[in-house]
Design a protein around this ligand. Sequence first.
Ligand code: CP3
Length: 352
Amino acid sequence: MPAPLKNDLYLRALGRENTERTPVWVMRQAGRYLPEYLETRKRAGDFMTLCSTPELACEVTLQPLDRFNLDAAILFSDILTIPDAMGLGLRFEAGEGPIFDKPVRTRADIESLPVPDPADELRYVTDAVSLIRRELDGRVPLIGFSGSPWTLAVYMVEGRGTKDFSKVKGLMFSEPALMHQLLERTADSVTAYLNAQVEAGAQSLMIFDTWGGVLSPAMYREYSLAYMQRIVDGLKREAEGRRVPVVLFTKNGGAWLDAMADTGCDGLGVDWTTDLAVARQLTEDRVALQGNLDPSTLYATPERIREEVKRVLESYGHGPGHVFNLGHGIHQHVNPDHLGVMVDAVSEFSAR
Ligand code: CP3
């Protein structure tokens, strides 16, 4: 039997239950701003080896928890593990970000895409989840995650990061049926992958839709939200006698929070361009909200960071259902001590 949770603030806040204070964790909390992460990555040799070696993935998952009073751990991995397992040939080039050697462009490419078996090609991920759960020993809950089908499709079709989305949007407008086929297959892969993470011990799930915000409202509903809905509908929502909450995060998705809340998810990630008070009005307390300090705030002085933390807490206002986070991932050049200032300020200012 897994150890009982010593700190379940994060799960209770996502269930919109009262908590003694606002729980906090940080997107990319295990990453390059931590010298100990860079040391482990060096030992691993490269980023994908770090992801695919459970002992090392476990080690870096725990690093931020040893430094800061965080209320959740997030599996150390990447959203691109699925397309990698589909055989697209992922590599990370220094200064360039992710690159796929075999991007998906044609009907033949899409029709031959496999749905990876999480127990096989992605076994290293579920092995990492089990190991992390064992090492956490009930300290805080573990978050599993995946990319949204649309966001994964952006990387799969473009083959690398993009500024204009010309190839993926070109496919969407010129071959809509084919695009839907790609998204369907990706959504089914994500569903199986997330359910396998839950079976291995993930206690909450998050879906990162980093690129949903580049779509028009109609295209967002049809090409991104519809597939997150398909995933939410297919997820195991309970494990070990407890709800496994699901959080959806569309970066730049402030205009669609209402529609996102209708999927039946438990929480929504909110970036810093939407005030939490507005997000709360839009979602009418149907879901919990997670966010949303501008990550650049961590370049400011400790005093200024504390003021901004207070502002975010006040914009959420009274009542349960807030999980404090940055509005997107922490930047790599941030001083780790500044994150400590933020985390401590959340506890101090939100104590009830
Ligand atoms: O949050 C965590 O601590 C868990 C780990 C995590 C990583 N990536 C580790 C990582 C998570 C949740 C992700 C998600 C992810 N990966 C997203 C969605 C969230 C977001 O940021 O919008 C996306 C779009 C990716 C794809 C990806 N992975 C990119 C574009 C890059 C390059 C980033 C860059 O700035 O170079 C990565 C690499 C990556 N994933 C790193 C980390 C810590 C940096 C790799 C390194 O150590 O060099």
